[in-house]
Design a protein around this ligand. Structure first.
Ligand SMILES: Cc1cc2nc3c(=O)[nH]c(=O)nc-3n(C[C@H](O)[C@H](O)[C@H](O)COP(=O)(O)OP(=O)(O)OC[C@H]3O[C@@H](n4cnc5c(N)ncnc54)[C@H](O)[C@@H]3O)c2cc1C
Length: 460
């Protein structure tokens, strides 16, 4: 695609579409919008704009489409695959000022939000209602960015990814047209499911300006468990058995020993340095939970569990989940002279023990600091490698390991990316994963964005 470089006329016109303080070509703002949390090289946009409503977004997109100016949406910039990096430059639309929670309808278990709302702010607001919005990617993500990446988190095993928790969207497509997708009904059989085309499209089909999200009831009773195992493989087998038994965990995370050691070091915990499952179960009554706990204990013991600690209290539970959410940042802090790449494959749950064993083998084989942790209940594995900055040979080895892992996951019927999205880093796996259907994805892209101005260079 041929794009226009912004000239004085473009800049003047775009500037006139928002108030003076919401348009910038200043170096620090361009820098701030040139890079996400990945190691992909930065690329500065030519201008940053902060829209406050759908009318402004529509006007900007209409003009950009007419003049072939690339436009990339921006939430908090916490992506891990270069998803919001404006590689073709143009304009970044930063949604942080569209941060209103428009309505909370407790009796419908729904909220209408603008895209710049942080999911944590929504949950803070809901704190006294007995409801919550379950997807929790951990970082300071916006709901717009989560929708675009179809983000997941520790609660996905029970409550689904962002996709399962969004029922209506208002989007603006490239020509500036505003579309309403989905409905406020909890189910529909009406027509093509366009909303699910936009969720996970990384801002390449249109920009989200409003969403209706599902809220869930906070459980009456919960039980948090820490279980340690002699090997990651044994912990992986326990994960499979727990899911197979239909015990329906609300969270089921696996952390290899190097992750536990790091959490102990940073948070002053005294966890046993062994492969560990952090689990949480929700139930209507404590009696029901006690029965579940007994079954979980039996499954873990059958896999040689060395320590099984149920009944972790609320305070400790919150601290553990906070530590789990911070793990990515801890790993980065531990290796200031290195940068990271995150393998993010996901497989059907029966293949989980095998893929986790392969991750350990890769870690041993390439001899570069690696950390294995996993949204295990979803069959989604992260293997973070910390490669030396400026050492191309190390990065070739890491990329080879990444390729082997993805190839194996695809052979198992899985995916190259369980939750971080394609962005820049996973593009090369798209033909292998999707075959002929990739061409149909490109046709869908061309329908909504014929000039290819929306987040160019991503996914394909
Ligand atoms: C420490 C750490 C831990 C993480 N853990 C997880 C995890 O457990 N699970 C997980 O899924 N992710 C995780 N992530 C990745 C990241 O937080 C998620 O992908 C998140 O959804 C990104 O949200 P954001 O607001 O930062 O979006 P950004 O990074 O700003 O943008 C993400 C994508 O959305 C597009 N976009 C932004 N706003 C809009 C809009 N209004 N309309 C259309 N497109 C838009 C952008 O162009 C880009 O393609 C983690 C990241 C970090 C740094």
């Amino acid at each position: 695609m041929e794009f226009s470089k912004l000239n004085e006329k473009h800049l003047r016109k775009l500037r006139s579409m928002v108030s003076e303080d919401r348009f910038s070509t200043g170096e620090s703002n361009l820098d701030l919008h040139s890079q996400d949390q990945s190691r992909h090289p930065p690329s500065k946009p030519e201008a940053v704009m902060w829209p406050v409503d759908r009318r402004e977004v529509s006007e900007i997109l209409s003009y950009a489409n007419e003049h072939r100016i690339p436009v990339t949406g921006w939430g908090s910039g916490t992506s891990l695959e270069g998803n919001p990096i404006p590689v073709s430059r143009g304009v970044v639309l930063d949604f942080t000022l569209m941060n209103q929670i428009l309505s909370i309808r407790e009796s419908d278990f729904q909220a209408d939000v603008e895209p710049g709302v942080l999911y944590r702010d929504l949950n803070d607001k809901l704190r006294h209602s007995g409801l919550f919005f379950p997807p929790d990617p951990g970082a300071g993500a916006t709901i717009g960015g989560m929708i675009a990446n179809n983000a997941s988190g520790t609660r996905t095993v029970r409550y689904g990814s962002t996709r399962a928790n969004v029922i209506r969207l208002t989007v603006v497509i490239a020509g500036g047209e505003i579309l309403e997708l989905g409905s406020r009904s909890s189910k529909t059989a009406s027509g093509y499911d366009l909303i699910n085309c936009f969720i996970g499209s990384e801002g390449t089909l249109g920009l989200v300006v409003e969403a209706t999200v599902r809220l869930r009831g906070l459980p009456e009773a919960f039980s948090a468990v820490i279980a340690t195992f002699p090997s990651v493989e044994k912990a992986g087998e326990a994960v499979f058995e727990i899911i197979r038994s239909g015990l329906d965990p609300a969270a089921l995370e696996l952390l290899a020993q190097e992750c536990i050691a790091l959490i102990n070091e940073e948070k002053n915990f005294a966890l046993e340095v062994s492969p560990t499952l952090f689990m949480e179960f929700h139930g209507a009554t404590t009696g029901q939970l006690e029965e579940t706990m007994e079954m979980v204990r039996e499954i873990c013991q059958a896999q040689g569990c060395t320590d099984f600690r149920p009944g972790v209290g609320r305070k400790e539970r919150d601290q553990l989940w906070a530590a789990r959410h911070e793990l990515g940042e801890m790993i980065v802090r531990k290796h200031p002279d290195r940068s990271h790449t995150v393998i993010d494959v996901a497989v059907p749950i029966s293949a989980y023990p095998e893929i986790i064993a392969l991750a350990r083998e890769e870690s041993r084989r390439i001899g570069i600091p690696g950390y294995t942790f996993s949204h295990a209940g979803d069959g989604n594995l992260h293997l973070v490698f910390m490669g030396k900055k400026g050492d191309p040979e190390e990065w070739v080895r890491i990329e080879k390991a990444n390729e082997r892992m993805v190839k194996k996951a695809l052979e198992m019927g899985g995916t190259a990316t369980g939750e971080h999205g394609v962005g820049l880093g996973k593009r090369k796996f798209m033909p292998m994963e999707h075959g002929a259907s990739l061409e149909w994805m490109k046709k869908i892209k061309a329908l909504f964005d014929p000039n290819g101005i929306l987040n160019p260079g991503k996914i394909f």
